[in-house]
Design a protein around this ligand. Structure first.
Ligand code: NAD
Length: 261
């Protein structure tokens, strides 16, 4: 059964880092609502044409935009390309992110610091910065709020697992910077919310053995990893002005009870 958010039809929704995992499942969920959706990754995934055709067949419009969001230029190019294709932005989903690698404190060098913070912090800040005029315009034109939804993490609450201190801190930074954006951009009709996943079964966990996976599953009240598709409805809720027009500055933890702030 598909959740129904009729006001998302025709909304222009950009989902960063959406070639697979949570981003792709979310982009597909928006397409099912009839939205106009931008997919992004450093390069096009295999079968990109099939993915786009599936999204069209399900009632949406979709296009892929290659851009490496670790650089500010990449963020600017992505926004320009999306706006050139769809004429504006109503919803920005800052999903691109990842561990980069695992390094304990004593192994962290400048290159690793830059790589983790560029991917998880710079990308979100710069993409949001370049999207801002378009989000303002969306709110002004439609009389409804525009929406920025960033992907946080359980690691932003807990500090992260082995070798993931910088990643966890980057997500906590994200949880925090949204509060500032709420204070200074709500008057412009833009809402800022965070979806904070627990442990979700994607390529993110490709480095884990079966034994580790079972240990993690046992620590989750639901007894299993989440699925990417189970994250998507939280984004639909935050994007929908009808459902969440008075909700801003919030973190929605979607984690099977793994962590309760
Ligand atoms: P994933 O590895 O399956 O997907 C990551 C996506 O980001 C891919 O589409 C990839 O192409 C894209 N990407 C990576 N580097 C990029 C770059 N420089 N520029 C543009 N795109 C880039 O991971 P996922 O599990 O779907 O993670 C999605 C988000 O959820 C990330 O922000 C991650 O930190 C967060 N998250 C994941 C989990 C989890 O357990 N899987 C938990 C908490 C938070």
């Amino acid at each position: 059964m598909t959740a129904s958010f009729p006001d998302l039809k025709d909304k222009r929704v950009l989902v960063t880092g959406s070639t697979m995992g949570i981003g792709l499942a979310t982009a597909q969920a928006f397409a099912r609502q009839g939205a106009r959706v931008g997919l992004n990754g450093r390069k096009a995934p295999q079968h990109v044409d099939d993915i786009l055709a599936g999204m069209h067949a399900n009632g949406g419009q979709a296009a892929f935009f290659a851009a490496d969001l670790s650089s500010s230029d990449g963020c600017a190019q992505l926004i320009d390309a999306f706006v050139a294709r769809f004429g504006g932005i109503d919803v920005l989903i800052n999903n691109a992110g990842g561990l980069v690698g695992r390094k304990p404190l004593e192994a962290i060098d400048d290159a690793f610091f830059d790589a983790v913070t560029d991917l998880n912090m710079r990308s979100v800040l710069m993409t949001t910065r370049f999207a801002l005029p378009h989000l303002r315009e969306s709110a002004k034109r439609s009389g409804q709020t525009a929406s920025v939804i960033s992907v946080g993490s359980i690691a932003g609450h807990t500090g992260g697992g082995p070798g993931a201190s910088l990643y966890g801190a980057s997500k906590a930074w994200l949880h925090n910077i949204h509060k500032n954006w709420v204070d200074f951009h709500t008057a412009e009709g833009i809402r800022f919310n965070i979806v904070s996943p627990g442990t979700v079964d994607t390529a993110f966990h490709a480095d884990k053995t079966e034994e580790v996976r079972q240990r993690i599953s046992a620590s989750i009240p639901m007894g299993r990893f989440g699925k990417a598709e189970e994250m998507a409805p939280a984004f639909l809720f935050f994007a929908s002005h009808v459902c969440s027009g008075y909700v801003t500055g919030q973190i929605l933890d979607v984690n099977g009870g793994q962590y309760m702030p």
